[in-house]
Design a protein. Structure first.
Length: 157
């Protein structure tokens, strides 16, 4: 994708694996209760701010994972997938607003019952780009009675 967008221009990719918030949800804690989390997020933000190069932050993530394949007792039905879409879209409002704390709170409120795979990377993305606002370009689900996954494309500025 970047090669197609940038053509022959040189760029560097720095992959960052972010997987740190699910434990906080399971324990009923705050997103940055573990002191390593704010240290990492602050260092990431400082690195971006201190760079003399243009920086593009990309979070490649899924949203909900629902159905028996992911631990739910009942198969996915049209009603279940409609509920998931509604809850995902409510959650995405916090993402569009660039509000990392509200995003975490929206996922933690029900103990991450939809198993939001992108919880940590989306949170890190929002913390790394304070003040960024976004638009959801497309929302979709890969539906299956045994295991559906939701995802979206969003752009931020």
């Amino acid at each position: 994708m970047l090669r197609r967008l940038l053509g022959d221009r040189s760029f560097t990719v720095l992959p960052v694996l972010a997987s740190f918030l699910h434990e906080a949800v399971w324990n009923g804690g705050e997103a940055e209760e573990d002191p390593r989390v704010p240290r990492f997020l602050d260092a990431l933000a400082e690195s971006i701010a201190g760079s003399d190069r243009k920086v593009c932050v990309i979070a490649g993530v899924d949203l909900a994972h629902v159905g028996p394949r992911f631990g739910d007792a009942m198969p996915n039905t049209e009603a279940v997938l409609e509920r998931v879409a509604r809850e995902d879209r409510e959650m995405l409002e916090t993402v569009k607003a660039g509000d990392a704390a509200a995003f975490y709170g929206s996922v933690a409120a029900d103990g991450d019952s939809r198993r939001i795979c992108g919880l940590s990377p989306i949170y890190a993305f929002l913390r790394a780009l304070p003040g960024a606002r976004g638009d959801v370009l497309r929302y979709s689900q890969a539906p299956d009675s045994q295991g559906a996954v939701s995802f979206c494309a969003a752009a931020f500025s």
